[in-house]
Design a protein around this ligand. Structure first.
Ligand code: SUG
Length: 438
């Protein structure tokens, strides 16, 4: 789970993201954003899922601002605010909270070398996201330092034309989490004339991650997004499809060959697990249009397997609030059907994040880890969302996070000092002293 930071604000930085564009210039509440994130972690815990917290990053990012201005920290921020407000907006984004874009993860059981691989996403498409990669690498290195057999890889080189947005464009399908998985890499651009300008993931990046992670050919499948839906606001696969275990829930318009693309995934799954069929739940345009899916974030739900074997859908509250609850009705029909393992829906209030286009699935990065790996992680850093950690984080958030932020407020150096202080506190509590580099 990614924790929103004290600079969470709405400056409409992602032009391909409908919510981010629509809410440009409105007032945010960073404190509420962070508390809503913690509530999501509590909900996961209540369903028997272990969650860990990834901290925010120091913003504004002075490394970026110093490429343009010089002087002490305060003077650099003030100059940027006067002379390059758009640059300051990018340098101040709290976008690292959407950790579905932090990395792509391959569990031990799936890699040819028996290692747990994580490749940090380069997030090259947008400046405000590109600057996340360096700190994400440092934080993941710290968190996984003592986890046996784990490897955190540097981001791919964007200079080689590889654009990578991490787990948001990747799905792992398997009968249970501990069976070997089929890795579905979803990309928007492959160098063909049809490539939409805004496609964020390239096929070359997906292939490079597959190779770095030693995933065999029979365990990998490369599926192209439907260019038409990218233009409608489907900037990541997780805006139009979601998976868990043997379940794939996707819109019929998600991929370039429509239902044939989904059939390709089904065939690859059955080839890997003979005698077993993928449970694919394909939502038609008539049931829920792409536009309705984009505005409700229906597919940006998390599907999780509870310890009793049943599956829960964690959906943004917008599925109930928009279009007279049409999206929630579709979910309830899925729950009532005996043909799939999903049997309940939980609604999460993540309105602060949602207004920037980040739903329940954007805020999480899934890593299938064994007990030894989890214990090793817990012995070196305090990131597992226990009641004690959630309590300490709540105290920090309630004591120091601002409750109101307009994009023009980010030019105030006090916000940087606030962020520095918060990260110092979080670093101390979470055992991650490297959070502050300035
Ligand atoms: O990259 N929004 C993010 C939302 C990311 C959602 N993640 C997934 N779908 N996995 C993005 O577009 C807006 C920030 C701003 O405008 O300040 C933003 O970056």
């Amino acid at each position: 789970m990614g924790l929103p930071g004290p600079t969470h604000h709405y400056s409409g930085l992602s032009s391909d993201n409908v919510a981010s564009t629509l809410n440009r210039g409105s007032i945010s509440n960073p404190r509420q954003a962070a508390l809503q994130g913690l509530d999501l972690a509590r909900l996961l815990n209540s369903l028997g899922i272990r969650a860990a917290i990834l901290p925010p990053q120091l913003r504004p990012n002075l490394g970026l601002l110093r490429k343009h201005f010089s002087g002490n920290n305060e003077s650099v921020i003030l100059q940027a605010s006067r002379e390059a407000p758009a640059l300051l907006e990018s340098a101040s984004s709290s976008s690292a909270m959407w950790v579905a874009n932090a990395a792509t993860v391959t569990p031990t059981i799936d890699s040819g070398d028996g290692k747990l691989h994580l490749t940090v996403a380069n997030l090259f498409t947008n400046l405000h996201r590109r600057i996340e990669a360096e700190d994400t690498y440092r934080v993941l290195r710290s968190i996984f330092a003592d986890v046996p057999g784990s490897m955190v890889h540097l981001p791919l080189s964007a200079a080689a034309g590889q654009r990578d947005e991490g787990a948001a464009n990747h799905m792992r399908l398997s009968p249970t989490h501990s069976d070997k998985g089929l890795h579905v890499f979803v990309y928007g651009a492959d160098g063909r004339a049809l490539d939409p300008e805004s496609a964020r993931q390239t096929l070359s990046a997906s292939r490079a991650v597959k190779n770095l992670h030693h995933i065999s050919d029979e365990q990998a499948c490369f599926i192209r997004q439907n260019p038409a839906v990218i233009k409608q606001g489907v900037f990541h696969n997780d805006v139009i499809g979601v998976s868990n275990g043997n379940v794939l829930l996707a819109h019929e318009e998600a991929y370039d060959r429509g239902r044939d693309s989904i059939e390709t995934i089904e065939e690859a799954y059955s080839a890997l697990h003979p005698g077993k069929a993928l449970c694919s739940l394909v939502i038609s345009e008539r049931e829920l249009s792409v536009e309705e899916a984009v505005h409700t974030y229906f597919f940006n739900s998390q599907i999780v397997t509870r310890p009793d074997g049943g599956m829960s859908l964690i959906a943004p509250i917008e599925v109930k609030e928009k279009y007279d609850g049409k999206a929630l009705d579709v979910m309830e029909r899925l729950c009532a059907s005996p043909d799939n393992p999903i049997d309940e829906v939980h609604l999460a209030d993540l309105r602060q994040s949602m207004r920037n286009g980040g739903g329940p699935a954007c805020l999480r990065l899934r890593a299938a880890m064994n007990e030894t790996q989890i214990a090793a992680m817990a012995s070196s850093v305090n990131v597992l969302a226990t009641d004690a950690l959630l309590g300490s984080l709540t105290d920090i958030i309630e004591s120091f996070y601002p409750e109101q932020l307009h994009p023009t407020d980010i030019g105030n150096p006090d916000l940087f000092h606030c962020c520095q202080h918060v990260l110092g506190e979080l670093g101390r509590v979470m055992g991650l002293p490297l959070l502050i580099s300035e």
